[in-house]
Write a protein that binds this ligand. Structure first.
Ligand code: HEM
Length: 100
């Protein structure tokens, strides 16, 4: 298990906080209640930065899932994981993490 991921998952954010990171200077996405900072990935995205920026600061679960990303694409998300949503903003309710 990757310690970096465990540590990153301890950070809890609200959707409001995520929504402040909505452009190329700071671009966060929510996918299945996890929060990703993909700012550094924008210029590397094979699908271009526009499609990510259109979803910047929002829950991009559907947008990401709709494009049929490969296993590699899904795995790559882990690199950009910074935390997860607070309980009240979760849609998937899969986390056991307690809020501080
Ligand atoms: C809402 C967000 C996103 C949208 C709408 C989106 C859309 C797309 C589209 C349309 C392609 C196809 C490009 C082509 O074939 O010309 C693509 C490819 C790809 N995307 Fe995304 N993407 C999103 C976020 C991400 C994120 C966050 C990652 C990883 C950190 C990622 C990783 C990849 C990879 C690796 C490919 C190449 C094909 C594959 O391996 O699946 N994408 N994306």
């Amino acid at each position: 298990m990757d310690n970096r991921i465990i540590e990153a998952s301890c950070h809890l954010f609200s959707l409001d906080e995520v929504s402040e990171h909505c452009d190329e200077t700071s671009c966060w996405l929510v996918i299945e209640d996890k929060v990703y900072d993909v700012t550094k990935f924008l210029s590397k995205h094979p699908g271009g930065n526009d499609v990510i920026l259109e979803n910047a600061g929002t829950d991009a679960t559907i947008a990401f899932g709709d494009k049929g990303h490969s296993k590699y694409g899904i795995k790559l998300l882990e690199v950009y994981l910074i935390g997860e949503l607070i309980e009240k903003d979760r849609r998937f309710k899969t986390s056991n993490k307690k809020e501080p």
